[in-house]
Design a binder for this molecule. Sequence first.
Ligand SMILES: [Cu+2]
Length: 326
Amino acid sequence: MSATETPAAAAPRREPAHGWRIFAIWLILALAADLVIWFVWKPHLPPGDMSTSAQHQQFDIAVLAVTGAPVLIAVILYFIYAMVVWRARPGDDSDGVPIYGNTKVQATWIIGTSAIVLFLAVFGTIELVGPAGAGAGEGPSPIWTLAGKQSSTWTPGTNTMLQVQVIGQQWVWTYRYPQFGGMESSELMLPVGTPVTFHVTSLDVIHEFWAYQLGVKADANPGVDNVAYTMPKTMGSVTVRCNELCGIWHGAMFNYGKVVTQSAFESWATGVQSQEQSDGVLAALPPYALTYDPTVVPQLGKNIVTIDGITGAAGYYYGPGNPVTP
Ligand SMILES: [Cu+2]
């Protein structure tokens, strides 16, 4: 027997309650982290809180972070605790105690992880479909809809849904307002505090409508009417990007929008409508429909760009001199 080996006769050192110690440290750290996430970090999480759909996404991300932080802290804390407390002391060459399983640890692990996964599955499902699809496109006839009255006209101060058709084409976005004579704009204007229904479609290839600050992302597919909802809560600027690789100028396929007061929106919309009416643009546009077949949409000629400043594209809709004829 060498001199450094521990004699078997030495009284065993009483082990402190490591489990309770780790649990106490974990509880304090996890609670602190969750409070910081919820009250300090959440207001800055993307995509902000400009609309109901954006608010829901911010809430979802915060809930995931609040759920994940205690798990991360538990793993790292155990790792550090083990390295500090259970490390081999200098001169200690003995083996650890043989372990054949621990019912308490196993049960805690299975119950804990099952509870977290089941909670996230239920929470995720509810959040995905509950708040009107969280702003995502749900196809032409969503099961869960946003509250609001459907009407062929829109006036301020009512709970009427504003209908906005979003038309993607290589490589520009156009917004069509059926409640204002089907007038079109290259700027997405929305009234604050109004439920909005987007009808998203495309004239050529697959695009994706992504109004970042509104938390709305919906596929724009040719021949498909993809419905998405939102309710703008605060005024400000919106950036709209295409989020589906759609050709060589995909990266340049963006434009801007604004959320304004209801009365400002109404005067803007009626103004554009009467302007396009007197210019003859409204008469030249195809009748409002939920989808358009680009091969039968009449060509508007190159004049439309100069008439109303609508950004023309190389696509079918506004395309000057496009070879496709009705
Ligand atoms: Cu695109």
